[in-house]
Structures are given as C-alpha cells and as structure tokens.
Design a protein around this ligand. Structure first.
Ligand code: E4P
Length: 232
C-alpha cells in the first residue's frame, strides 16, 4: 500500500515527503487553480524533482489527439510524471496511444468497476475510483474500490487501483483492507492518520514521570557541588 498526497501545495508536499511516507502526488486542474500555479509546466517540473515517486499531471484537452499532445509535453518534464486522463471514449483512445508510446497513464474520474475495467483494458497504469464523491451522492464508494480490486485480481490485470477522493482516515483504512494499491489524500487526512489522543496522553505521562525522576535525584555533594556552585 502506497500513500500519495492529493494537493498542489508545495509546502504540504515538502512536509509529507519529509515524513518518509509519501511516495507520490496527484494533482488536478481544480487543485492547481486553487494554488494559482499559472506556470503549470514549471510547477510540474518542480514537483517532479521534489517527489520520490509518481507525479500526476492532468490533461485538459477534450479529444484524444489533444490529450496525447499535452501528455507528451508533460511527460518530458520529468521521468516520474504520470498523465491523468479523464474517463470517457476520448480518454480511452488517448490511454491506448500513450501506452504504446510508453507514457504511463492514470485514468481519473472513475465511478464504477466497469469504467475501471475499460481503463485497464485500454492500457492504464493506474485507475482512480473517486470514492468520496460517490459517498457524497449516497453511493458506497468503497464498494467500487473492492469490486475493482477483485476483478483485476480475478483476471490478472496489472493496473494499479488508486483510491481517490479520500475524505477521512477511515477511508484510508478501508481502502487498504479492500486491497487498493495506493490511496491519495489531502494533507489534512495524512495529518489525521498520524494522531491518536492516547499517543498524546501517553507521551505527556512519560515526560511528566521523567521530570519527576529528575527532581527526585539526590543533590550533588562534595567536589561535584562545589563545581556546580562555581558554574552558576
Ligand atoms: C485524484 O486524483 C483527485 O485529484 C482527487 O482525489 C479528487 O478528490 P475530491 O473529490 O476531494 O476533489
């Protein structure tokens, strides 16, 4: 199970990578616009140098030819750049063409196991079921992840299942239990995964007990005491 950050905020990415647990990043046009990265290519180049694994950059063309053109330019920005292509007829055509050129694709905006199956058959390296957005409209997003993992395993399909649109730490646990290869999440969720009130309480108690031990230590006598007095 690998963890990716789903953000275009460079400070968050630097911080997550420094913890040694983030091995990739996903971005999308909304996240890039939110951070105001007007020089999109410059931003992806910076990201590619910062992150130890895949850096996902999404195309915005709506027909296959344009998607492939954008993808080639983005893939040239770093060896670890993965191209996000939206689910749909044009996306599938672009995925097949890019596969043949050896450019890895993440088919995004997948909301059903059938869409995930199509993405895999078209040659996607990753497929991203958006589980939070399904939950938002009253569907069981995690079931799509479970079914996709099962279908891929039944037929030996080698596309990675990237659980996306994660909203809280329980989504990460459930995606891991469902067999998702990767979970991509906002930085806030990564921070929430780190915390537990019993960890904070336990650490506070350990440190209090240690301080009380230090206070209970016998005062220095003789030469040690004189040395201490001279120092103060
Ligand atoms: C994944 O690659 C997407 O960028 C992301 O997970 C979408 O999440 P959202 O539904 O929170 O926008």
């Amino acid at each position: 199970m690998r963890l990716f950050l789903d953000t275009a905020n460079l400070d968050e990415i630097r911080e997550g990578v420094s913890w040694g647990v983030v091995s990739g990043v996903t971005t999308n046009p909304s996240l890039v616009a939110k951070e105001g990265h007007a020089d999109f290519h410059g931003f992806i180049r910076t990201l590619a140098g910062l992150v130890p694994g895949p850096v996902n950059a999404e195309v915005v063309a709506t027909e296959a030819e344009g998607m492939v053109r954008e993808a080639r330019a983005l893939a040239a920005l770093g060896e670890n750049v993965v191209i996000k292509v939206p689910m749909g007829k044009e996306g599938l055509k672009a995925t097949r063409a890019l596969r043949e050129e050896g450019i890895p694709v993440n088919v995004t905006l997948a909301f059903s196991p059938n869409q995930a199956l199509l993405a895999s058959l078209a040659g996607a390296t990753y497929v991203s079921p958006f589980l939070g957005r399904l939950d938002d409209v009253g569907h069981d997003g995690m079931q799509v992840v479970r079914d996709t993992v099962e279908i891929f395993s039944l037929y030996g399909l080698d596309t990675y299942v990237l659980a996306a649109s994660i909203r809280h730490p329980l989504h990460v646990t459930e995606a891991a239990l469902a067999g998702a290869d990767i979970a991509t999440m906002p930085f806030k969720v990564l921070e929430q995964m780190l915390r537990h009130p019993l960890t904070d309480l336990g650490l506070e108690r350990f440190l209090d007990d240690w301080r009380s031990l230090e206070q209970a230590r016998p005062a220095p006598v003789g030469r040690d005491a004189r040395r201490g007095a001279r120092r103060s």
